[in-house]
Design a protein around this ligand. Structure first.
Ligand SMILES: [Mg+2]
Length: 234
């Protein structure tokens, strides 16, 4: 049994991402500290951010709007135009930051790309994810970029159809059990889970199901060996 297409998540699978958000949240907390205490700001921002996902989707632009909305709430409307400008600038910096690959990613991608077509399959803003891939230096190894609104069973089924790959010959690799693994398995595909300490709470599951339907590897660099062991490599 072989794999015809490998889809890869980007954030915290190929490159560091969670840490960028942690730094941004720290800076936002400092920005509004004269209005409210840190713990309250954190929980308010979390609440507003998750509530806004349905409206603005995943990504930095939505995060900027959530910061502004949180600042308005915690300051009871007293936040200044200058402070709002600093939140917009913070978002702009997040979008322009250098992309840092996780360990072993470049060699592994080079190796995989010589055998399989690879696609980047991610949530977020189209422009941000496309330029992030370009900045990562990995762009040439990917045959397509799929930026999706949600990663659910239907999304994966649609991606498989669009690329004319039967589910049994589709493999997804990512750091979120909730979004990169379980819906793929539900759609009949193969999935490999590469845990990351930086995974956003929203992408985590309170209880991780056992690895009966998916595989788990410790490092991205273990992927070629896993493909071989699973009998999926040519
Ligand atoms: Mg991810």
């Amino acid at each position: 049994m072989l794999v015809d297409l490998i889809a890869l998540d980007g954030d915290d699978t190929l490159w560091h991402d969670g840490v960028v958000w942690t730094v941004a949240r720290d800076r936002f907390r400092t920005l509004v500290q004269r209005y409210s205490n840190g713990a309250l700001v954190d929980s308010k921002l979390d609440e507003i951010e998750v509530g806004n996902l349905a409206h603005f989707g995943y990504g930095v632009k939505g995060f900027v709007l959530s910061m502004i909305e949180t600042a308005i709430e915690v300051s009871k409307g007293a936040v200044t135009g200058l402070e709002v400008q600093q939140m917009i600038d913070l978002g702009r910096e997040m979008l322009a930051r250098p992309v840092q690959l996780l360990e072993g990613v470049r060699e592994t991608i080079e190796r995989l790309a010589s055998v399989y077509p690879l696609i980047l399959l991610t949530k977020g803003d189209l422009l941000d994810q496309e330029t992030k891939l370009a900045r990562s230096g990995l762009g040439d190894f990917f045959s397509a970029v799929e930026v999706v609104t949600e990663k659910n069973q239907e999304t994966y089924a649609r991606v498989m159809r669009r690329h004319r790959v039967p589910p049994s010959r589709f493999l997804m690799v990512g750091n979120s059990l909730r979004f990169d693994v379980l819906p793929v398995v539900a759609a009949g595909g193969h999935a490999v889970y590469v845990p990351s300490e930086s995974t956003w709470a929203h992408e985590r599951l309170p209880d991780e199901p056992s690895e009966t339907t998916y595989a788990r590897i410790d490092r991205f660099g273990d992927l070629p060996r896993w493909l071989k062991a699973a009998g999926l490599s040519a």
